[in-house]
Design a protein around this ligand. Structure first.
Ligand SMILES: C[S@@+](CC[C@H](N)C(=O)[O-])C[C@H]1O[C@@H](n2cnc3c(N)ncnc32)[C@H](O)[C@@H]1O
Length: 249
């Protein structure tokens, strides 16, 4: 057999071996970002029709911990609605000062709460608060494209008032998808864009339809939207369960 014929046959065999592999579970397309002149609170970058807002700086940390936040936003109800199990591993992405981290950590005594943020100053606040009192809290420094959490390690991802300011929502979405265990959930909490009486700037709100569009494009399944919070959508999404798992997940 000629050398070239041998090479061609080897290539053919290799190609068929590659195509015989099952398709990767998650294969993402390139993000389609559109750039324009920034509006007042935006970065001038649009994703799926939505302009991304500026990131809230650590200088605003006190606002996250304000006294009237609980009665105003019913953050107590939000945490109760998550349905956490004692062994759950939870990742709070865009955790800020850890407002939700420290409300969740006692509910997962055999689990962990990963506090992910891109601002080291926020993580320093979390670490200081956790020292000696919350051994299951782990601060994690992420990047604008990667949450830096191992694949298939998380039961629930919580996103409160953070997703709309991710500068790379597609890459962050892919990273969150990878970190979820099969059947794992995302709880996405955003101020209601449909409600003009919610006193928040437009780019810091999201409509339910937009959120479902963006999450669905990642391969996540919309489970439900709860109306229990006064100002925010509480939307649940799930990563498909592993093949052969019990139906309904
Ligand atoms: C408005 S704060 C909300 C903090 C917290 N979730 C809360 O409700 O108290 C948004 C946080 O998201 C963080 N953030 C923005 N982009 C991020 C990204 N790509 N990855 C992780 N955190 C991010 C910001 O640094 C900021 O701390």
């Amino acid at each position: 057999m000629g050398a070239w014929r041998l090479v061609a046959l080897c290539c053919l065999a290799q190609c068929s071996a590659i195509t015989a592999q099952p398709a990767a579970f998650y294969e993402f397309t390139q993000p389609e970002y559109v750039y324009a002149t920034p509006s007042r609170d935006g970065i001038g970058k649009r994703y799926m029709g939505r302009e991304i807002s500026h990131v809230m700086g650590h200088q605003g940390a006190a606002w996250l911990e304000r006294d009237d936040r609980e009665p105003e936003e019913r953050t107590d109800l939000l945490v109760a609605e998550l349905g956490l199990q004692a062994t759950d591993v939870v990742a709070d992405i865009g955790a800020g000062t850890g407002y939700f981290v420290f409300r969740m950590s006692p509910l997962v005594p055999q689990g962990e709460v990963l506090a992910v943020d891109i601002q080291q100053e926020m993580l320093d606040i979390v670490a200081e608060r956790a020292a000696g009192v919350a051994s299951n809290v782990v601060p994690v420094l992420g990047t604008v494209t990667d949450i830096n959490v191992p694949a298939e390690s998380v039961d629930l991802i919580l996103l409160v008032d953070a997703y709309h300011e991710f500068s790379h929502p597609r890459e962050m979405g892919e990273s969150m998808f990878r970190a979820l265990k099969p059947g794992g959930r995302i709880a996405l909490v955003e101020y209601r864009a449909e409600d003009p009486s919610v006193p928040i700037k437009p780019l810091h709100k999201m409509s339910e339809a937009q959120a479902i569009r963006e999450m669905s494009s990642l391969g996540l399944r919309w489970l439900e939207t709860r109306d229990s919070l006064p100002q925010q959508h509480l939307m649940f999404f799930a990563k498909p369960a592993a093949e052969g798992a019990a139906p309904g997940v």
